[in-house]
Design a protein around this ligand. Structure first.
Ligand SMILES: [Zn+2]
Length: 94
């Protein structure tokens, strides 16, 4: 069994990265109310689960390939809020 990268440009927002990298959503409380943060966390976790179910495992990529500012939607949760995008990859087990 080998691990293959099936998507080497999976650019995610900072919120998604926190959860993908550290399984930590505490940073969400920063700019949101407790209720909004819980809703946002649920949305992100669902998006991650969906990618893992249909594509493969999300792994943190190369921070040198991060985008300082992008208006492209987050590849994970789909937010259109412009901002930083972090490089991740999707791994498939074959
Ligand atoms: Zn996101």
């Amino acid at each position: 069994m080998s691990i293959e990268v099936i998507d080497d440009q999976f650019m995610v927002c900072t919120d998604c990265l926190m959860i993908i990298a550290n399984d930590d959503a505490t940073g969400l409380d920063y700019s949101l109310s407790e209720e909004e943060a819980a809703e946002r966390e649920r949305e992100i976790r669902e998006a991650i689960a969906e990618v893992q179910r249909t594509e493969g495992q999300i792994a943190v990529g190369d921070s040198d390939m991060d985008d300082e500012f992008s208006a492209s939607p987050c590849a994970c949760c789909g937010t259109r809020l412009a901002g930083q995008r972090h490089h991740c990859v999707i791994l498939a087990k074959r």
